[in-house]
Design a protein around this ligand. Sequence first.
Ligand SMILES: Cc1cc2nc3c(=O)[nH]c(=O)nc-3n(C[C@H](O)[C@H](O)[C@H](O)COP(=O)(O)OP(=O)(O)OC[C@H]3O[C@@H](n4cnc5c(N)ncnc54)[C@H](O)[C@@H]3O)c2cc1C
Length: 489
Amino acid sequence: MKLPPSIQIMFLGAAADRLDTPGLIVCFELMAAPLRNRFARTHVWRIRAVLRYPRIAESSSVNGGSVSHAAIPSPPLYTVPIARPSRHYGGLMSVRRSYDVIVIGCGGIGSAAAYWLARAGASVLCLEQFELGHHNGSSQDHSRIIRRSYHDPNYTVLARPAYELWDQIEQESGVHLVTKCGGLDFERLGTTGPKDLSHCAAAMTEQGVPFEELDAKALMERWPQLTLDSDVRGLFQPDGGLVDPGKSIAVHVALARLHGAEIKESTAVTGLKSTSAGVEVVTSGGTFGAQHVVLTCGAWTNDLLGHLGLRWPLTITQEQVTYFATPHIADFAPNRFPVWIWRAPTEFYGFPVYGEVATKAGQDVGGPEVTTETRTFEPDAPTRQRLVDFLLQTMPGFVGPELYTKTCLYTMPPDRNFVIDFVPGYENVSVVADAAHAFKFATLIGKIMSELALDGATGYPIDAFRADRPALTGDFAPIFRNEAVMNHG
Ligand SMILES: Cc1cc2nc3c(=O)[nH]c(=O)nc-3n(C[C@H](O)[C@H](O)[C@H](O)COP(=O)(O)OP(=O)(O)OC[C@H]3O[C@@H](n4cnc5c(N)ncnc54)[C@H](O)[C@@H]3O)c2cc1C
């Protein structure tokens, strides 16, 4: 029987809306989700329980207008897929429930993967070892740079769909995530080696991305907040800016749940077993089965790969950013000052006032190598001092009393390029290594992971991010700085 899902939902939802009973109302929605993935038949029946708000009659004022709550259709508070015909994982009794796809890790990329998978109609479980929005990994903060100015066209080419998909997520959620304050790349002539601003300019020219090249005088005329030596030049890209990682994760989680995904926090994966029948995922909260598993585990990637007998040469460093309570907040507001990267052997980057009433800046790869066990949350004073010295020289008004310094983990393959691929030897497990500059691409990478899991391939150009490249499999001297220094942000 093929009934349009929306009719079923509207009928039952409308019935609930007409009730004036105080307290929460539970109603059941029967939904036919058309699936287009390689695990499913054409339609899948799914029943979900929906808690609805009681109708509230009083009016309130929203942005100067008057809104009657009773006139607003009551939204689902929580959606629980409680039944679905699914393929049983290998007939194993130990498996509590099986899914099309299990995503391990609910940071920036895992939350996006869960959303895109659920949106495509797959049954999805996303497992996070800590609470959602925790500060132990790589994603939690107010801002990450988004830009098209990469020295390598492999990234510039992905920037266009990344911007488009962020736009789509903003439309679907109604939450503002990307602030286009412009992006400035600086370089002191002769200090950044072969992969300098001209490579960024070439990559953007190739992709038809508008940008301006400015000398020191022109830079200081446009941004009097800068104090530059005459041998500094800059490259300005108007739609550079920042994406809000904390909100992005929350939005992906919310939308993933809206599309039926289950997100389990405080549930650590402690074992993985892949067979031709599927993948068994052992967790602190029981064992689950899936046709496919997506690993988006950031600094913990090798722990998960270890269950599959693999280990990659990933380097984890403890980095930090400092928020400065500058008194010159208007001069550094997003409409007056861009995000910026100072490309040099010691590279710095920064943000206008956003998220806090403060500017924010950090040094790229400025921190020590750590493991997930040895990392601390203690800021490093010399690193902060290097940053302050640099800022006082180049943009003195940016600095103010330190609001706080926040630590964060980088996870870098030796060439500092992403890994986006199936795990070698396992066609039912795929993996992302983020190379410490992936947040701007988080929703796009989530979509790519959904396509790899559901369709077995993606149309996005990711060949450069293969898991079998020499940087991961052979002897390869790490280049986190020098050439790779251009990768920050
Ligand atoms: C200081 C700093 C500045 C940065 N600046 C930029 C920038 O300007 N622009 C940019 O694009 N990128 C930037 N990045 C990089 C970007 O933030 C990361 O690439 C991105 O956040 C990585 O997301 P992720 O989902 O891979 O990792 P994470 O957010 O760390 O998520 C991995 C998740 O997996 C979970 N997990 C791990 N193991 C298990 C397990 N066994 N069971 C269950 N859950 C598990 C972890 O708890 C974690 O929540 C920056 C990073 C840092 C640290």
